[in-house]
Design a protein around this ligand. Sequence first.
Ligand code: 5GP
Ligand code: ZN
Length: 304
Amino acid sequence: MDMQTSLLDRLFESGLLIDMGVEGLYGRSGEFEDVIRRFEALIETFATGDAAEAISFPPGMNKAHFEGSGYLKSFPQLAGTVHSFCGNELDHMNLLQCLETGQDWTKGQEATDIVLTPAACYPLYPTVAKRGPLPVKGGLFALQSYCFRHEPSNDPARMQLFRMREFVRMGTPEQVVAFRGEWMERGKKLMAKVGLPVEIDVANDPFFGRAGRMMKNNQRDQNLKFELLIPITSVAKPTACMSFNYHQDHFGKTWELTTSDGEVAHTACVGFGLERIALALFHHHGLRVADWPTAVREALGYSA
Ligand code: 5GP
Ligand code: ZN
């Protein structure tokens, strides 16, 4: 049995994750959620004083905003759209007939105006652009959202629906690059507090197709994205648990987002993969939170 399946099986057996019959789609136990809540509280202790504006979006976003974002150029294979039945009574009868006879009942479904959010920050850029130019000090936002990516896998660290906590900075290139650098340091300190071994490396995103190869090279050569990696299901290939992205003026140009003096704004975001971090904690410290090292329990606010 490989390491991925064995961790997933153990997570199911312990009840921390709940099998829903689809790879990458799991229920979470109260204890699993509690770990995530506590880790988020720990993140907060590193962000106090930043005065980030908290915004919550649902896990679906405006299809037009999704189309404008450029996501389909890079990752068409990961996107998930929301479709719905929009037919008449005859169509309904056909649908039920298909269901009855085991045929595909989804063929008549039509796209709605909602697309599943692929990364927590995607709905934010058009929202902030609508407010007008950024203030002199730029913008700083705190987000958390369930995100969808169509990549079924038996690796518990690769889920189809998972939560991302993000901080997003908007402003001048200097402001956003400084923000990203600061969080790379904070990320390392944060993980050290909860006893997780990390390395930081340039990212390797799964850009689609031949054009994607160019985007991949560009991302790597220009150091646009770094990841904080922690071994979870493979020692040889540790898992990205945080990412640090510099989008340059991509979203600024796309949404006409400007700085206070009218320049195209630059943006950067820092994302925490919350389920992955919880899995890293369970993998490194054991499946029973009560048995975790005292220092880790303390950092997460568990009573002694
Ligand atoms: P990114 O946009 O950089 O791909 O994702 C941001 C963060 O979300 C990643 O650093 C990672 O921690 C988390 N993430 C990305 N893909 C997955 C996934 O398939 N499953 C889970 N649980 N987390 C993911
Ligand atoms: Zn982001």
